[in-house]
Ligand binder design. Structure first.
Ligand code: URA
Length: 241
């Protein structure tokens, strides 16, 4: 696999194509210890060593980010009005053009994966794969064992759709209840509509798990980090749920 040196450097965050051209012209870019000035030079980043100001450029094609999505931002790449999760990324990560894998509502918090690996995104989102997603939720109303049983059977939503069985765990029951709910689909506003169907309202929602991936508790809302090699391998392995 080879690509133009200007494209590689632009992809890696060394500036726009025009800025990169200047950088090349200034003679600070080397490929295998030889100064390269022509932006059209083809390089193979897997086999050749590219340096800028003597520092090695570590090339990667894909990026995998785990974000603790804060409330108030939308799960999109760009929007004319609203702030998006991609707006929260550093420029050096944004150059990879990652997109959110699935959506969380604007007011929902928690685990959101962003990547430019379309194949992995597809695998995680495919309805056929039944990837489980677990949410912590605060419910206005007392969640009961009947609700647990109803969720286990599947819930008929406001549009007549019957959900797949969902696991509901009551952490604290009261006028306000704390629960964890695991669903294997991703219908629009699904968790909120499931509770609505049993006469209750979700007042706080946070995703804590997606397939084998758990939200890193050290991430504050709005913070993100790259996935570890282990986490990436886990996600890519064919799962049986
Ligand atoms: N279910 C919802 O209702 N909202 C979300 O953001 C995710 C799941």
């Amino acid at each position: 696999m080879s690509l133009r040196i200007d494209k590689l450097l632009a992809n890696m965050g060394y500036g726009t194509r025009k800025e990169v051209k200047k950088l090349l012209k200034s003679g600070v870019v080397k490929v295998d210890d030889i100064i390269v000035k022509d932006p059209k030079t083809q390089v193979n980043p897997k086999e050749q060593v590219v340096t800028v100001w003597g520092e090695e450029v570590e090339y990667k094609e894909f990026i995998y980010l785990m974000m603790n999505k804060p409330p108030g931002v939308i799960s999109a790449t760009e929007d004319m009005v609203e702030e998006t999760v991609v707006d929260l990324l550093e420029e050096e990560d944004r150059v990879f053009a990652p997109f959110p894998v699935g959506r969380l509502d604007k007011d929902t918090e928690g685990l959101l994966l962003l990547t430019n690996d379309g194949q992995l995104a597809h695998q995680l989102l495919s309805p056929k794969k039944h990837v489980p997603k677990t949410y912590f939720a605060v419910i206005d109303g007392e969640v009961t064992e009947e609700d647990v049983a109803a969720f286990r059977r599947g819930i008929v939503l406001d549009d007549g759709y019957e959900t797949k069985p969902a696991e509901l765990v009551i952490l604290k029951a009261g006028l306000r209840s704390d629960v964890e709910v695991t669903i294997t689909e991703g219908k629009f506003h699904q968790v909120k509509r499931m509770f609505q169907a049993v006469g209750k309202r979700v007042v706080y929602l946070k995703r804590i798990q997606m397939g084998p991936l758990s939200l890193d508790p050290s991430l504050e809302p709005g913070e993100y980090r790259e996935l570890t090699e282990e986490e990436i391998d886990m996600l890519k392995q064919p799962q049986t749920y």
